[in-house]
Design a protein around this ligand. Structure first.
Ligand SMILES: *Cc1c(COP(=O)(O)O)cnc(C)c1O
Length: 467
């Protein structure tokens, strides 16, 4: 006989059960946060294996929400990667500052749909404000159009969709309505060290991952200004502010004036590096990038806004709107003076109010708080480099910001060191290949990392390398 589904006996019962559940969830989350810095940074293999308790077929009937929460706390939490602690140096993952995390909890309770103003005045107002703060923090021109998306991949996508629109409109082609078949060609220029997510965005846009013209780079991965191909009004030049391996910045000051004069569209992938603009000590690195037409960056990397948060900025808002609005481009132009609706500038229609989290994180940090994260993490990176060099290992990059590449000798020895370090659990770093050489990459991106975290991690690295 089928089991009758359990049904709440009354709505007031179920509401008080919800209150108890949410308090329980908050307690579990706080307990998790309090323990995150004491755990092995990568979960133990046993914890990952125990995730089997959460697999299997979906039960035919309901499970009580309390039981569901218990499963997550018991089996889910131990299988997380502790990137909320101070010793996670993988990829370029930031942590989450308290105000942004608290806002995220509230945003979940609000459950707003941030597509249109009428669905959530608060989400739209805070998103708009946060976008303008980001524009100012990054030193970008007034009047930009922006979108709060899931990450720099989608920010690259949205910004490059605006570029595609603008260039093809100039050539008399309506790409949103007529597609790319038969369209005049666009040439996309990238550096040899372009981030793979930008190529993915080009693929999604029909511009092709392999159709790009790759410009040779120097030893730090910077595009060589003297090696640029011929540029014209049908060219998109993609610069990088912060190479994912070295942290190096393309020479925007040398490239942008020439590219602008040729009528090319300049796009900047500045997933983390652009935030150097918030610090008086590092701002010079971002000089020249403000001359671009569009920019992509992440809230969840250096600003420590928490996942997921990316930001696209476009100098001419109408290009972004034409590319993203559900309405036809000619309507979009006519309604240019209306109030901004998020959905007209974003790839999504229904969407989470992640702009609120961005607003909260930025509001709590202020410009000086952001600058302080940039400066502190960059000085931690230098401390790693000094310690590794002193122990006789080769640092492969100029440590200009928060990224360090180190070789422990042969490729095999370097990869074995990374593996041992990951298993040992004090900290976590990934491996990469830098211009043909195997390396371990240290990315200091979290507001949580202290000098003691650096010293403990350094000791673990030297021990792993010596074994
Ligand atoms: C991380 C990164 C990306 C991709 O960002 P996501 O937020 O993971 O989508 C793109 N470009 C650069 C330079 C990056 O460092």
């Amino acid at each position: 006989m089928p089991v009758a589904p359990s049904r709440p006996s009354s709505s007031s019962d179920s509401l008080s059960a919800r209150t108890a559940l949410m308090k329980h969830a908050a307690r579990d989350a706080v307990d998790y946060l309090e323990g995150v810095n004491a755990r092995p940074v990568a979960p133990r293999p046993e914890a990952v294996a125990a995730l089997n308790a959460l697999r299997g077929p979906l039960p035919a009937g309901p499970t009580s929400p309390e039981a569901v929460l218990h499963l997550l706390t018991e089996f889910g939490s131990p299988a997380t990667v502790a990137n909320g602690g101070g010793r996670y140096f993988g990829f370029v993952n930031g942590g989450c500052v308290p105000a942004a995390m608290a806002a995220a909890w509230l945003v979940s309770a609000w459950d707003q749909n941030a597509a249109f103003r009428v669905q959530s005045p608060v989400a739209v107002a805070l998103e708009e404000t946060a976008l303008d703060w980001v524009r100012q923090l990054l030193g970008l021109p007034e009047g930009c159009g922006g979108a709060v998306v899931t990450g720099a991949t989608m920010a690259n996508f949205a910004a490059l969709a605006a570029a595609r629109h603008a260039l093809l409109e100039r050539a008399g082609w309506d790409v949103e309505n007529d597609g790319l078949f038969g369209a005049p060609p666009i040439t996309v220029v990238v550096g040899e060290e372009v981030h793979t997510s930008l190529l993915k965005a080009l693929g999604m846009l029909g511009l092709g991952r392999n159709r790009v013209v790759r410009v040779p780079v120097d030893g730090q991965g910077r595009m060589r200004a003297d090696a640029l191909p011929h540029l014209n009004g049908q060219t998109i030049v993609c610069l990088q502010a912060g190479n994912v391996n070295t942290g190096a910045f393309d020479p925007a000051g040398a490239i942008c004036p020439e590219a602008r004069a040729a009528g090319a569209w300049i796009h900047v992938d500045g997933a983390f590096g652009l935030w150097a603009a918030t610090s008086p000590d590092y701002r010079r690195l971002t000089k020249g990038f403000e001359q671009a037409d569009s920019w992509a960056t992440d809230g969840h990397k250096w600003p420590n806004i928490g996942y997921d948060c990316g930001i696209a900025m476009v100098r001419e808002p109408k290009s972004l709107r034409a590319a993203m609005s559900v309405q036809a481009a000619y309507l979009a132009q006519a309604e240019h003076h209306e109030q901004r609706e998020p959905s007209h500038y974003n790839p999504e229609l229904s969407r989470r109010a992640r702009g609120v989290e961005l607003w909260a994180g930025l509001r709590s940090l202020g410009q000086s708080g952001l600058a302080e994260i940039v400066e502190r993490t960059s000085s931690h990176a230098k401390r790693f480099a000094v310690g590794l060099r002193a122990a006789g290992y080769q640092v492969l990059n100029d440590v200009v910001i928060n990224q360090v590449l180190v070789s422990f000798g042969s490729a095999e020895r370097t990869l074995r060191t990374v593996e041992r370090l990951q298993q040992e659990g004090t900290c976590w770093c990934g491996s990469t290949v830098w211009q043909g050489q195997a390396a371990m990459r240290i990315s200091v991106s979290s507001w949580m990392t202290t000098k003691e975290d650096v010293d403990r991690s350094l000791a673990a690295m030297l021990k792993a390398a010596a074994e």
